[in-house]
Every structure is written in structure tokens, then in C-alpha cells.
Ligand binder design. Structure first.
Ligand code: ADP
Ligand code: MG
Length: 611
């Protein structure tokens, strides 16, 4: 913390002293570099942080710059009111550009945004109001009482203040609720949806942020150069901007800034060789993408990772601690139906994965769902949790029809799930994975970022304290700062359950939670699931490990070929002739010792049953 304050202080002092040593041309280049740095932060927020391909950033830049030029020269506005209106106009443009993001996947978005950027340049080159190919000159600069902003030295300070605030705001966004969700969406948008993130709105928010920075940069550009013309906003410049962000490191805002400033300086230095330079940037970008996809900003982390692997001791000391049970709650005598699936069919083209499946799960139950591979178990979870829309039939959660509900809405309504093939947010730390699920706020609450930042911070403090509790309970405290993908499989499974429980669900869906676990880990899983149920959360569990099902579930539903072929206590189910025929085979049953559930508690038994 202290070193951080010292570094920040040193940077501020250096930024303040910088113009004293520079010639008038160099300060001009620095002024331009800061404008590009603002643009790059916007790019970084959309592309690196949120994972949304945005090739319209130069268009946002252009909307900001041209709005100032048009409002001041055509309509007689002063610079400051024009600046305010221009930033607003850019943000509105950003919202419009974000509309396709509501429905479209990322690479198509690249084409759409590129098209919009091309269209914009085309329009300003041809329209009368924008001065055609000649552009608009004679834009009045900003005025401040007692400060001569026509001096590029003093303009630098104006820029530096705007830039400093914009960078701090960007970092604040990235490190708190909104940014964490954006990063989670980038890493795994399905899992983000399942943990309560409104993915389409978040993608639109990414464009909103990018356009805000584009607008600010455009306004500053108009005020500095006093002249706007189409070539500044061309696709060639878009490419340079992309190169800045890729080279600097798109996931780190500071990396984006370093890339932008560095490349502006290099570009100036190579301005006599601009054709070759363009080619050179292309080569550097390709090299970076191949050898250092996280850019310059990622290099320290990679070196640190390598060093730690070389030492190999740091991680060895961390251990998975035992789970601390929840305090049990009194179970009501008459439990109502929590989840009702009624006649659900799911058709995939020619394949009927679910065929009129009905089941009712009562509050406080641990329900097992078993069935051979491909019998539709995961599909059933996907329908219940809103990932798939049922072709026919209804799903009711606590009596409400949720057949057509979105995953985020179901998450907020108290449904939480894990995935058969782990879906952790790979670039987030373990703590952040839990934080994403703990955060129950809706996307519209991001107005606080604009108007009431202390509110954001207080919410954040609360979430972090809760995250520590969750990590402690699940024995994961040692791994809080680790990246989940580097951890052993058993720990990743535990993290996924911790994340699902962080959302404080009423109903928890576990899709093969024991897959890949060793005997001891399966025993711990049994303890965890029991405690979760005793704390008042209903559990539905898909499992191949029959030992686990026998010892945990009061009631089991057997699926085969998309149909429910049996339902009852584990003992009833394993002796049902349909089940034996469809699934297990009599010899397997005897071998597994199904008739004695206690046997299943023994780790060796549990392990055998997995295979
Ligand atoms: P289980 O989890 O019981 O092993 P699944 O629910 O994953 O089975 O799959 C049931 C059937 O549905 C399988 O035949 C699978 O290939 C098919 N299926 C699942 N998801 C899709 C999908 N998105 N598109 C097409 N077929 C699918
Ligand atoms: Mg499955």
C-alpha cells in the first residue's frame, strides 16, 4: 500500500514537472499522446476487460471531435457547453453501437463496428455540415479565467487532469462490481449469466464506457488542434489504436496507456518512414499476439509465474482446509414443492433430448438424478436454469412459471448451479470468482458509478468481507488470490460449489460434482452437500457415482433416453426392473453393494462406482 502511494506520488510529480524540460514541438506530441491514451483506455475497457471487439473507437473519437467543431462553429456554442454536449452525444452513439451487442456474438460485432466506423468516415467526408473532405477549421479553444489554454504547455495540464481522473475512474470500474462482472462475462459468459450477470446489458455497458473515453478524447483533440478532418478518424488510425492496446496489454488499463504513449512517440520518431512504419506495427502486433498475448503489461506476471514455478515452494504450502458446516436450520414439517417440472420436452433438430419429463422437488430435499450418458440429465439442468428454452412443458420455481426466464433472473430468484465441465472465470482470482456470485445487484445500479461512487465502494467493502467468510467456510482461504485454473481439479470443484453457494440459493443444482474426485474428496463432498441441505438449501444432484447417490439422496429420479423411467428411494430405484435393464445391469448392482448404503460411504467403494 505504502509503495503504491509513493509510486502514485512520484508519477504525479513527474507529470507536473514534465513540460519544464520539453520543447514546444515535444509538448505537442505529449498532448497528442495523452489523447491517444484516453482512447486506448476506452478500447481496453471494451476489448480487454469486457471481451467485446470494438472497432468503432475512432468513430467515437470522431463524434466527440466533430460535435465540438460543429456546435462551436455552426451554432455559436462556447467550448465548454459544446464539450459537455459532445460527450453526451458520443455516449448516446455508444449506446446505439452497443445495440447489436445485445444479440450478437463477438466476432460478428467486430464486423458491425468496423462497418459503423467506415460509415462514419464516409459520412463526414461527404456531408456538408462536417465540411466534407476539408473538415472544419477555426474551432475556438477552451478558455479558463486566468489561464491561457492556447499555450500547449498549459493545455497539457488540462489534459493531464482529465486523463488522471479518467484513468482513476477506469481502474475503479475494473476493480469493483461492474468491472468484475465485465471480466467474468469475458471469461465465460454462460457462467456469468448463471451467477446473476445480465450479459446483454453488460455488453452494451462495455460500449458505453468505450464511447465515454472516445468522446473525452475527441473533445480534447478539437480543443488542442482547433481543426478536424476525416483522416484523423480513418481506419488506418483505428489500426494504430488497436496496435497500442495489443502491444501495451489490453487487459490492463495501465498497459493500454503505456502502449498508447509509447507508440505515439515511436510513430512521431518514425514519421519520415510512415509507410514502413505501418508495416512495422503490423509485424509487432502479430509477434505480440503470438508470443505475448497479454501484451507488455502481462510480462511481469508471466515472469513472476515462471519464477514461482521455478522455486515451487510458495504454492506447496497452501492447502485445502476442511469445510466448516453451516449452522443448520429447523426443517418445516410440511415442505412445499420448490421446483416443479411438468411435461418438459427439449428437441435438438432430430434429437429429442428430453421427452415429457415431469418431476417435483420439495423444499429441503436432496434429489438425485441418475441415468446413462446422453440420457438428458445435463439438458434438464440447462432447461431448469434458463440456458435452454423447453420445446414444450413448463418449469415452476416456488410456484412461478420460469420456463422462459433468463439465467440471471433465475439466479436472482434463488437458483444456483455448477457445471459438469467446470466453468470458473479463468482470469479472475478465486476470491473474485466468489465475489461475482455474491454480488446480487442489478446492472441498472451502475448509475452509482456516475453519481455516487462512495455507494459503490461501500457495497464493495461489504462484498469483500462476505467473500472472506465464504472462502474461510469452504477451506479455500489459502487460494483466495490464486488463479483457479492453476489449481488441482478437486480444489476447482470445491471453488465452483463455493461460488454457487455464495449466491445464497434456495435451490442448488450440482452437475456431477464428484466427477474426477478421489475417495477422500468424495467423502468431503458428501459432508458439504449434507450441510448445505441442512442450512435450508434444496439440492438436486446429477451423479454417476452411485455410492454417493445412495448415501446422500432420499429420492432418486432415473432418466433414460430423455424419459423418467423410475423414481423413488435409492433402494426402490435400484431394484426396479426398468432401471436394471436400462442402466445398471444386475451384476453391477451386486458388485457395487447397492443394497447397503453404508458401504457406499467407504472411499474405495465410492471410487469404484465412478468408473
Ligand atoms: P447427460 O448429461 O445425461 O449425459 P445430455 O443432457 O448432455 O446427457 O445430452 C442428452 C442428449 O442431448 C445427447 O444425445 C446430447 O448429444 C444431446 N445434446 C445436448 N445438448 C445439445 C445441444 N446443445 N445441441 C444438440 N444436441 C445436444
Ligand atoms: Mg451430463
Amino acid at each position: 500500500m505504502r509503495t503504491r502511494i509513493a509510486t502514485t506520488g512520484a508519477v504525479v510529480v513527474a507529470a507536473w514537472a514534465l513540460p519544464y524540460g520539453l520543447g514546444s514541438y515535444t509538448i505537442h506530441v505529449v498532448d497528442i499522446a495523452l489523447i491517444y491514451a484516453l482512447l486506448a483506455i476506452g478500447m481496453g475497457l471494451a476489448m480487454g476487460v469486457s471481451g467485446q471487439i470494438n472497432l468503432a473507437q475512432v468513430a467515437f473519437f470522431g463524434v466527440g471531435a466533430y460535435s465540438v467543431a460543429i456546435l462551436t462553429t455552426h451554432y455559436g456554442y462556447g467550448f465548454w457547453p459544446a464539450a459537455l454536449l459532445s460527450v453526451l452525444a458520443t455516449v448516446v452513439t455508444g449506446l446505439f453501437v452497443g445495440i447489436p451487442a445485445l444479440r450478437m456474438q463477438s466476432h460478428y460485432l467486430g464486423i458491425v463496428t468496423l462497418g459503423l466506423a467506415l460509415g462514419f468516415v464516409n459520412w463526414i467526408t461527404n456531408a456538408h455540415i462536417s465540411g466534407g473532405a476539408d473538415g472544419i477549421s477555426g474551432v475556438p479553444g477552451p478558455t479558463l479565467p486566468g489561464v491561457d489554454l492556447s499555450s500547449e504547455y498549459l493545455y497539457y495540464y488540462l489534459e493531464a487532469v482529465v486523463f488522471g481522473l479518467a484513468l482513476v475512474f477506469g481502474l475503479f470500474v475494473v476493480r469493483t462490481s461492474l468491472g468484475r462482472r465485465l471480466r467474468a462475462m469475458r471469461d465465460d459468459s454462460l457462467a456469468a449469466g448463471a451467477t446473476g450477470a445480465e450479459v446483454p446489458l453488460l455488453r452494451m455497458t462495455a460500449f458505453l464506457l468505450a464511447s465515454l473515453y472516445g468522446g473525452l478524447a475527441g473533445v480534447l483533440y478539437s480543443g488542442l488542434i482547433r481543426y478536424v478532418a476525416p483522416e484523423t478518424f480513418s481506419i488506418a488510425n483505428m489500426f494504430i489504436l488497436l496496435a497500442m492496446v495489443v502491444i501495451g496489454g489490453r487487459r490492463s488499463l495501465v498497459g493500454c496507456v503505456v502502449g498508447a504513449i509509447g507508440l505515439t512517440l515511436v510513430r512521431e520518431w518514425l514519421s519520415d518512414f510512415s509507410t514502413y512504419a505501418q508495416l512495422g506495427y503490423g509485424v509487432v502486433v502479430v509477434v505480440m499476439v503470438v508470443f505475448a498475448p497479454t501484451g507488455l503489461a502481462g510480462v511481469p506476471a508471466r515472469l513472476r509465474g515462471r519464477y514461482e514455478r521455478w522455486r515451487g515452494r510458495e504454492t506447496a504450502r497452501a492447502e485445502l482446509r476442511p469445510f466448516t458446516p453451516y449452522s443448520p436450520v429447523e426443517r418445516p414439517d410440511t415442505a412445499g414443492v420448490l421446483l416443479a417440472v411438468e411435461g418438459v420436452t427439449k428437441q435438438f433438430r432430430g434429437l429429442r433430448a428430453l421427452d415429457g419429463v415431469s418431476l417435483a422437488v420439495h423444499e429441503g430435499e436432496i434429489r438425485g438424478i441418475v441415468g446413462p450418458n446422453g440420457s438428458g440429465k445435463t439438458t434438464l439442468f440447462n432447461v431448469i436454469s434458463g440456458f435452454y428454452r423447453a420445446t414444450a412443458g413448463t418449469v415452476r420455481l416456488v410456484g412461478d412459471d420460469t420456463t422462459a426466464a433468463r439465467p440471471y433472473a433465475l439466479s436472482l430468484a434463488g437458483l444456483s448451479r455448477t457445471f459438469q465441465n467446470l466453468r470458473l472465470f479463468g482470469q479472475l482470482t478465486v476470491r473474485e470468482n466468489v465475489l461475482v456470485a455474491l454480488d446480487r445487484s442489478r446492472t441498472h445500479s451502475i448509475w452509482r458509478y456516475a453519481l455516487w461512487q462512495p455507494g459503490v465502494w461501500m457495497h464493495e467493502r461489504l462484498l469483500r468481507a462476505q467473500a472472506d467468510e465464504v472462502l474461510e467456510r469452504f477451506g479455500l482461504a489459502d487460494f483466495a488470490a490464486a488463479g483457479p485454473t492453476s489449481l488441482p481439479y478437486g480444489i476447482q470443484r470445491r471453488i465452483e460449489i463455493a461460488r454457487a453457494m455464495a449466491a445464497r440459493p434456495r435451490l442448488l443444482l450440482l452437475d456431477e460434482p464428484a466427477a474426477g474426485l478421489n475417495g477422500e474428496e468424495v467423502q468431503q463432498l458428501i459432508r458439504i452437500v449434507r450441510s448445505i441441505r441442512d442450512s435450508g438449501t434444496t439440492v438436486i444432484l446429477i451423479e454417476h457415482n452411485m455410492g454417493l447417490v445412495m448415501s446422500l439422496c432420499e429420492k432418486v429420479t432415473v432418466l433414460s433416453g430423455g424419459n423418467v423411467i423410475a423414481e423413488g428411494t435409492p433402494q426402490e430405484v435400484v431394484t426396479a426392473p426398468e432401471v436394471i435393464e436400462a442402466y445398471l445391469g444386475e451384476s453391477d448392482l451386486a458388485e457395487l453393494g447397492m443394497d447397503t448404503p453404508e458401504a457406499a460411504d467407504r472411499p474405495d467403494r465410492a471410487k469404484e462406482a465412478t468408473s
